[in-house]
Design a binder for this molecule. Structure first.
Ligand code: UDX
Length: 456
């Protein structure tokens, strides 16, 4: 009997947070759709949240198998544990496949877990980092790591002008830089760590596309073996529909799915304000209250994702009000919501996935960045891609009047037509980038070709 030809096998290793699992899972599915065998390696406690038929899921250990990473006393302890226990279990996993009919050819690892490269090298297989932030944000961190920009960023240094980036004020920089350095030093350290040896990878994948960050794509190419492969938004892959998915197929919380869509079905086109601040940001009680009254003031139907602990912060008078025009839910199927014809505005924290999702599905945005890379994403959505209005803070909080004005501006104001035109253009460019022959599609194909032929 003829021996079946082996498919090259890629293990994709993800950090166990929603904003990381989503793009890495999608990337793994993308590789499988192009003829590779793909396996997603993720922590034990996140495995049950992932549902897919096209790739395998394998658990690895971060040392917190029962309780999850929230039980770690702090980030450095968690990352140390993941490095020690994770590299061993990942190594065992690669070893397990060694004598099977699908030995592992390449490890694509989440750049927050830079030890993935050592594991790949140890096994003599290709190693590739996957960056889950925008290329602009990555470039900024990289310039800090390389000493081009030294911290702290002082008063005399703003607006900060760096190669490939637009001038940035304090409120536009990743929060770890603009705050007194030290207040989030563990995060900054973990992030900078991932840029320390990127050039040693065989590939560096970025969840972005060349048309969106063209200058950066060219600038970074000189330093890393970079490939823009995004946006990793499932519903964009129209010509090569993977499992017919409109969602990622991973949810760490239970979405209120059908009920939301049925409610949206009853609303006129582009009339609903969708509000979500992603999976990690913690919103203060004061901010929750300001958002609540802004939504009331705007007087349009709204769908607001407020995770469990934040729910407690809703003002009682707001929760009890009888003329409720909106739904407040604990988690949504965000892509289904953004794709719904009734949604006319996305009030977002500008996490990179949410930003790409808003762009890819053509929804005008109001940017309310909270922390991390979000202020910089907010700067770009407003000033470079021109698909959003950014709400300004006053005393650390976006006030109700400001938010109301921004939502109206995006939905019916002077800039609304221009914003809608721009976001429609970006939606088309995003779709084109991942469609057959598009820039991201070609970049993925080049990688797949190397694995298929063994020639780099
Ligand atoms: C944060 C960062 O800000 C992000 O840039 C970084 O790369 C990862 O850490 P997060 O706060 O989770 O991420 O935001 P985001 O990047 O937007 O990811 C959230 C994901 O959860 C999105 O893919 C979104 O579709 C999904 N989501 C969010 C839901 O499925 N339902 C919801 O109700 C809210």
């Amino acid at each position: 009997m003829e021996k079946t030809k082996q498919r090259p096998h890629v293990i994709v290793l993800t950090y166990p947070a929603q904003g990381h699992i989503n793009p890495l899972l999608q990337f793994a599915k993308r590789l499988a759709s192009k003829g590779l065998k793909a396996t997603l390696a993720t922590t034990h406690y996140t495995v049950p949240s992932i549902h897919t038929k096209t790739i395998s899921i394998e658990p690895i250990s971060d040392g917190y198998d029962q309780s999850g990473y929230n039980q770690a006393p702090n980030l450095p302890t968690y990352l140390d544990s993941f490095k020690t226990v994770g590299s061993k279990t990942l190594s065992d996993l690669i070893f397990k496949y060694k004598d099977s009919d699908s030995p592992v050819t390449c490890l694509v690892y989440d750049s927050l877990l830079p030890w993935g490269l050592e594991v790949a090298k140890k096994h003599g297989i290709y190693g590739a980092a996957f960056l889950t932030n925008s290329a602009s944000v990555c470039s900024m961190y990289w310039q800090i790591e390389k000493g081009v920009l030294s911290l702290p960023v002082g008063d005399g240094m703003v607006p900060l002008v760096l190669p490939g980036l637009i001038p940035l004020g304090f409120c536009d920089m990743p929060s770890f830089l603009a705050q007194p350095v030290g207040s989030h030093s563990a995060y900054l350290e973990a992030i900078l760590d991932k840029f320390s040896c990127l050039e040693l990878n065989d590939w560096v994948f970025v969840n972005s596309f060349e048309e969106l960050e063209s200058e950066l794509a060219n600038a970074l190419l000189g330093h890393w073996p970079v490939e823009m492969v995004g946006p990793m938004v499932p519903s964009m892959f129209l010509d090569q529909q993977i499992e017919g998915d409109t969602n990622y197929g991973a949810s760490l919380w239970n979405p209120i799915g059908d009920q939301c869509l049925a409610w949206l079905d009853t609303k006129p086109p582009k009339s609903v304000v969708y509000v979500s601040f992603g999976s990690m940001a913690q919103i203060s009680a004061e901010q929750v209250e300001e958002i609540a009254w802004a939504l009331k003031g705007v007087n349009k139907p709204f769908l607001w994702v407020l995770k469990e602990p934040e729910h407690e912060k809703l003002p009682t008078e707001f929760s009890n009000s009888t003329d409720q025009t909106g739904l407040v839910i604990t988690w949504s199927n965000q892509l289904d919501v953004l794709a719904h014809r009734a949604v006319g505005c996305f009030v977002t924290h500008c996490g990179w996935n949410s930003t790409l999702e808003g762009l890819s599905l053509g929804v005008p945005m109001v940017a309310v960045p909270q922390w991390s890379d979000q202020p910089m994403n907010a700067k770009y959505v407003e000033e470079v891609w021109k698909v959003a209005v950014r709400a300004r803070k006053d005393g650390g909080v976006v006030r109700r009047e400001e938010l109301e004005v921004c939502i109206r501006e995006v939905m019916v104001g002077e800039r609304s037509d221009e914003i809608r035109r721009n976001v429609t253009m970006w939606r088309e460019l995003a779709k084109r980038a991942v469609s057959r022959g598009g820039s991201s599609d070609q970049n993925v194909n080049k990688f797949v070709q190397v694995l298929l032929t063994g020639e780099k």
